[in-house]
Design a protein. Structure first.
Length: 257
C-alpha cells in the first residue's frame, strides 16, 4: 500500500491524463449535459441552476465508459483495496465560474457511504479525483486536512450534525449545504491539529483519497468552469446493506471491475 496514503490519507498518481485525452473527455461530458441519458442524473445548483454534479456517468458507452475504467486509475485502486473492486459512485463535478459554482462544505465521504448506504467499513472505500481542467485556489480547488483520516467514524460520530435525518434523504448530499456536517467546534479542533492542503495542479492530475479524509472546496471565483471527476470505489465484500436510489449507488453488487 502506498506509504503516503497511509500517512497522509491521500497521494497523487505519477501518470495522469494527457491534453488530447482530456479534450475528448470534456467534450463527452458537454454532450451528456446537452443530451441526457437514462440512468444518469444531472444535479444543478440551487440558485444559478448551473450543473453541479452528474452521477452515474460511467454508464454512457464510448469515451466516458472507457475513461471510467482506465487502468491508470483502476490499478492504483486495486493496489490499495486489493482484489476485485466496484464503483460506489461516479460524479462529474463542474463548478461554474463567477461564483455560480458553489462551495462544498467540509465533509468526509465515509459518513455518507457507511451511515446512509450501510457500507460495513470505510477501510474498503476510497475516492479518486481527476482534474479535467487546471485546479487553482481561485477556481475552487479541493482542499484536504492532511492526516485527518486517522479520526475514526466512532470518534467523529458524537460531533456529527444531521444524523437524525432518514437514510433515504438524498437531496442535500450534493447541495452546497450538506445533510451531514461536523460541528463547528470539532472542525476548529481539526483545523488546529491537521494541516490544510489545497489540491492544486494542472489538468490531468489524479489524486487518490482515503474515505475518511476531511475535504471541502470554495466557490469558483474565476471566469471559467472548473471541472473535476470524483469517483468512489469499494472492495469486494464491502457492499452496502441499505443502498439509496440507483443514482447514488452507481453499480449494483456483482458488476465487478
Amino acid at each position: 500500500m502506498n506509504d503516503l496514503f497511509v500517512r497522509d490519507g491521500f497521494f497523487q498518481l505519477e501518470r495522469g491524463f494527457s491534453f488530447p485525452e482530456l479534450k475528448e473527455i470534456r467534450a463527452a461530458f458537454r454532450d451528456l449535459t446537452e443530451h441526457p441519458v437514462s440512468g444518469v442524473e444531472i444535479i444543478r445548483e440551487e440558485y444559478s441552476f448551473a450543473v453541479r454534479s452528474i452521477m452515474g456517468w460511467q454508464r454512457v458507452r464510448g469515451t466516458l465508459a472507457n475513461f471510467a475504467t482506465d487502468e491508470r486509475v483502476l490499478g492504483a485502486v486495486r493496489s490499495i483495496l486489493g482484489g476485485r473492486i466496484e464503483f460506489h459512485q461516479t460524479k462529474y463535478n463542474p463548478k461554474a465560474g463567477n461564483s455560480r459554482g458553489e462551495k462544498w462544505d467540509p465533509h468526509r465521504g465515509d459518513t455518507f457511504w457507511c451511515w446512509k448506504d450501510g457500507v460495513p467499513t470505510s477501510k474498503g472505500l476510497l475516492s479518486v479525483f481527476i482534474a479535467l481542467t487546471d485546479q487553482t485556489e481561485g477556481n475552487g480547488a479541493v482542499y484536504v486536512w492532511k492526516g485527518s483520516h486517522v479520526i475514526t467514524l466512532d470518534q467523529i460520530r458524537p460531533f456529527m450534525l444531521g444524523l437524525e435525518e432518514t437514510k433515504d434523504e438524498t437531496t442535500k448530499d450534493t447541495a452546497a449545504d450538506l445533510s451531514l456536517q461536523i460541528s463547528p467546534e470539532k472542525l476548529g479542533d481539526i483545523d488546529r491539529n491537521f494541516e490544510r492542503i489545497m489540491l492544486t495542479g494542472p489538468a490531468g492530475t489524479v489524486w487518490v483519497l482515503d474515505a475518511g479524509l476531511l475535504h471541502a472546496s470554495q466557490a469558483n471565483r474565476s471566469n471559467d468552469v472548473r471541472e473535476l471527476v470524483a469517483n468512489v470505489f469499494r472492495a469486494e465484500g464491502n457492499s452496502p446493506r441499505h443502498p439509496r436510489p440507483e443514482q447514488y449507488l452507481c453499480e449494483p453488487t456483482g458488476n465487478w471491475l
